[in-house]
Design a protein around this ligand. Structure first.
Ligand SMILES: *[C@@H]1O[C@H](CO)[C@@H](O)[C@H](O)[C@H]1NC(C)=O
Ligand SMILES: *[C@@H]1O[C@H](CO)[C@@H](O)[C@H](O)[C@H]1NC(C)=O
Length: 311
């Protein structure tokens, strides 16, 4: 169809011949709205997935796609011509046959036209889905890919799991938002709010790659906690007692027995800190008097008491 529109502004006469593409509405949601991408005055409402034509907006008005009311053409709510890609709503692009559509501002988000929420989760909208942290949506391959392989261009690239929508709890799709690595160097760091615990995070490119826990110290056969001072898992003997550890105060240099009742362990203090934690060979225990590991056959019951010293 060819329509001629003649507009007269003072003495200027504009003539244009526009080919109007035909548009067939398809409902992608049970009760959505569909605006004719070729004529923003025309729209349909879906009734259980069936498009029902609505009375078009009066002359000079168009349907605003967000507000779903007729607004003045050219006015502040006119969203009819917003560039070629923004011109259509996601629902319109889905009806036009697109499957996966990158989000317009955040790199981890995308629209999946095959996805339909009966109840849109909090922080989401219809068709909106999110790559698993820390993946990002690759607009070239239209898939979620490892962040290192994705170029986000002008889109916002979130690095913290808390900035991903699923990290913002309160949704049924919530993945608990864990310690962030924002501003931290690559490697291990203590878990914020859980310092001096067995928990720590592994950071890479400011992303929280993993939340892990310290394993026990196999040699000393004792638990370890993550020290924010050394940024390492440390056996309880190197953790201050004020932080739940067993480190001696080390007010003087020397060898000290374990304070927790283990007879086979001794600790060497040097310059106010634990310099060394030593386990005696098996069947040997530490004797504080001689500052040596001695055969446990020389000891009677209580730790550190030689049989010959007992009454
Ligand atoms: C758009 O649709 C309205 C209502 O159907 C119609 O009056 C108007 O002429 C159409 N505009 C164009 C450019 O076809
Ligand atoms: C899109 O949604 C469909 C239906 O839920 C699902 O099977 C498909 O895996 C989704 N695709 C992506 C890339 O998320």
């Amino acid at each position: 169809m060819c329509s001629i529109s003649l507009s007269v502004f003072a003495v200027i006469v504009i003539g244009s011949c526009t080919v109007i593409e035909s548009f067939t509405p398809h409902c992608t949601s049970s009760f959505g709205w569909i605006r004719n991408p070729n004529n923003c005055s025309e729209f349909w409402r879906c009734d259980f997935g069936k498009p029902i034509p609505m009375v078009p907006c009066p002359s000079g008005l168009i349907l605003n796609n967000q507000l779903h009311v007729c607004v003045r053409r050219g006015g502040q709510y006119d969203d009819c011509d917003q560039g070629p890609s923004n011109k259509k709503t996601v629902a319109e692009r889905c009806s036009a046959g697109e499957q996966l559509i990158p989000h317009e501002s955040e790199c981890q988000l995308y629209y999946n036209c095959s996805l339909f929420y009966d109840f849109v989760p909090r922080y989401f909208e219809q068709y909106l889905d999110e790559c698993r942290y820390p993946n990002l949506f690759d607009s070239t391959t239209l898939s979620c890919r490892p962040y290192k392989d994705v170029k986000c261009g002008r889109l916002v690239e979130h690095v913290s799991p808390c900035e991903y929508r699923r990290g913002k709890c309160g949704t049924s799709h919530c993945q608990p938002c864990v310690a962030t690595c924002t501003g931290k160097s690559n490697g291990r760091h203590s878990h914020e709010n859980r310092e001096w615990s067995p928990f720590y995070v592994i950071c890479n490119d400011q992303r929280t790659i993993k939340v892990d826990t310290c394993s026990k110290d196999e040699t000393l056969n004792i638990a370890r906690l993550f020290s924010p001072i050394t940024n390492k898992c440390e056996p309880l003997y190197r953790i201050p007692q004020s932080r739940g550890g067993l480190a001696p105060a080390c007010v003087q240099n020397g060898l000290f027995p374990d304070q927790g009742g283990r007879c086979d362990i001794f600790i060497r203090c040097e310059n106010g800190v634990v310099a060394e934690v030593v386990k005696c060979p098996s069947n040997f225990v530490f004797d504080p008097d001689t500052q040596n590991c001695r055969s446990d056959t020389e000891f009677c019951g209580t730790c550190g008491r030689l049989c010959k010293d007992l009454p």
